[in-house]
Ligand binder design. Structure first.
Ligand code: MZP
Length: 502
């Protein structure tokens, strides 16, 4: 007869946190959210530490290079989706690694013999008034000069004048070579009262422009997740089929950490993939595996040598695996069980393997619950898909803006490698849906709001960091009526746009 667990499985919404004593130093701005992402030995630390415990899902509608750049600039990490060709995924990774905050490719370029009429047309198109003048009129040609709106009078000029007559010529320009930091570039900008600083290669070809205004923006992102060469850190999904070709291409592109993308990680294919990566790359390439929902799954992947383990089956907002196959576990129960297994494993081996709670986060406080229950970080799809920076389309439906969001198990994503077994060649049924979600604007604005709620909840729990939260948090299961009592109840809510009668 089957083994039947006695406890029913629970989701985050079935728990609440109880407040602990909040000391006077436990203020939201003192809360530190840094957290490990990869395995480390007792007394040592993880080779990558996230500045916030957020990662974005390995999904077509969530994690491309744009989202990866935006999230890494806020301290979290994206895993770029693997349900695309190896070349296009590697290209996305490369875009993140080559991104230099504050160093931009010039989007307004002309040749020395272009005319002011060309300048007028170009500035109307781009809205930018700093124009790089290069020998071939491209963003990477040999720099001949810079033209700005201060070099000629729009209301009093001969539109046929050639650009070379009015631009600041190369011999009078202050410029720099490519081995400069943003801080150093900014110092030159201030010292010489420049609006922009051209960055050139050794042959005098234009690489980037650094603008005075961008430095201020950079200063507002003190949490950036960067490697030792100050490049943004990025992850990428892989699968258990083409890993022998995909992994080398991702490594070549500069990926920092990879993660096997699968709906069920408790498999021999995952073990083979981890063993291959560890044999060929050792500790120079970090690999996560999953998803699992219990001690058995955790131990199997831990013994295979993985660097972190992802937890969760069937809890994703677009997931119908539980309905289709009857496989899964309430996300809170899965995290609690796997966190206990991780702690036992740590006691036994002195090796700490971070775990990631993947899917099913609906409210910001669910993130605090996941962390308190033992997760080191969370992975989210729906949360990030709502923002401007995600790759999906924004549409207007019945007067409201929405974004498209689709599961990797949907017909649309056709992520066969994530769902089918061994060498099965097609998806015989769907495990995910294709939906709309309310559009929410910019990632940075929403993230700041979530972080302030998380920090505030942690202060109520008397915790100034994630480890302290895990030690101190007191969590209670709640009844349906307790949940109902927690929302506004027995009142008539005012509609926001009702105008008062005078
Ligand atoms: P959520 O943040 O939207 O609730 O869940 C995102 C997670 O759902 C992903 O990280 C992934 O583990 C899982 N997922 C992605 N596609 C499907 C599907 O089509 C799915 N069933 O379950």
């Amino acid at each position: 007869m089957a083994i039947i667990l006695q406890e029913s499985s629970k989701t985050f919404s079935e728990y609440l946190l109880l407040p602990n004593l909040t000391t006077k130093i436990c203020l939201p701005h003192n809360v530190n959210l840094r957290t490990p992402i990869s395995k480390f030995k007792k007394g040592e630390s993880s080779s990558i530490t996230l500045n916030i415990p957020f990662s974005s899902a390995i999904m077509q509608s969530v994690s491309d290079h744009n989202l990866a750049i935006t999230l890494a600039r806020q301290g979290g990490i994206s895993f770029i989706y693997q349900s695309q060709s190896i070349e296009s995924q590697a290209k996305m990774v490369r875009k993140v690694k080559n991104f230099k905050a504050g160093f931009v490719r010039s989007d307004s370029n002309l040749k020395p013999n272009s005319t002011l009429q060309d300048v007028k047309i170009l500035t109307q198109k781009t809205g930018h008034t700093t124009i790089a003048i290069t020998d071939n009129g491209t963003a990477t040609g040999k720099l001949s000069g810079i033209l700005t709106s201060r070099d000629f009078r729009m209301d009093n000029c001969d539109w046929d004048t050639s650009v070379s007559e009015v631009m600041t010529p190369f011999k009078d320009l202050i410029y720099s070579r490519n081995n400069i930091t943003l801080q150093e570039a900014n110092e030159l900008i201030w010292k010489h009262k420049l609006n922009s600083l051209p960055i050139l290669d050794k042959d005098g070809n234009l690489l980037y422009l650094v603008f005075r205004k961008d430095f201020n923006e950079h200063m507002q992102n003190p949490n950036e997740l960067i490697d030792t060469e100050k490049r943004l850190i990025v992850g990428a999904g892989i699968n258990t089929r083409d890993f022998k070709e995909r992994v080398p291409a991702l490594v070549e592109a500069g990926v920092d950490i990879i993660c096997i993308d699968s709906s069920d990680g408790f498999s021999e294919w995952q073990k083979d993939t981890i063993v291959y990566v560890k044999k060929n790359y050792g500790d120079t390439l970090l690999i996560g595996a999953g998803n699992v929902v219990d001690k058995e799954g955790f131990d199997y992947l831990a013994n295979a040598g993985t660097d972190f383990i992802k937890v969760g089956i069937g809890g994703g907002s677009i997931c119908i695996t539980r309905e289709q196959k009857g496989i899964g576990r309430g996300q809170a129960s899965a995290v609690i069980d796997v966190a206990n297994a991780r702690n036992e494993y740590f006691k036994k081996t002195s090796e700490y393997i971070p775990i990631c709670s993947d899917g099913g986060i609906v409210h910001d406080y669910h993130i605090v619950l996941a962390l308190a229950m033992g997760a080191d970080f969370v992975m989210m799809g729906r949360y990030f898909a709502r923002f401007d920076e995600s790759p999906s389309k924004r549409l207007r439906i019945q007067g409201s803006y929405v974004k498209e969001y689709w599961g990797e198990g949907s017909e649309r994503a056709l992520n066969i490698e994530r769902y089918s077994f061994g060498s099965e060649e097609n998806l015989s049924f769907e495990e995910g849906v294709d939906v709309y979600i309310p559009y929410a604007g910019k990632l940075k604005d929403n993230l700041h709001l979530s972080l302030s709620k998380i920090k505030s909840t942690m202060c109520n729990c008397g915790a100034a960091n994630i480890k302290e939260l895990q030690k101190k948090a007191r969590i209670t299961p709640v009844s349906y009526t307790t949940i109902r009592e927690g929302a506004a109840h027995d009142v008539t809510l005012k509609e926001k746009d009702i105008t008062p009668v005078s």
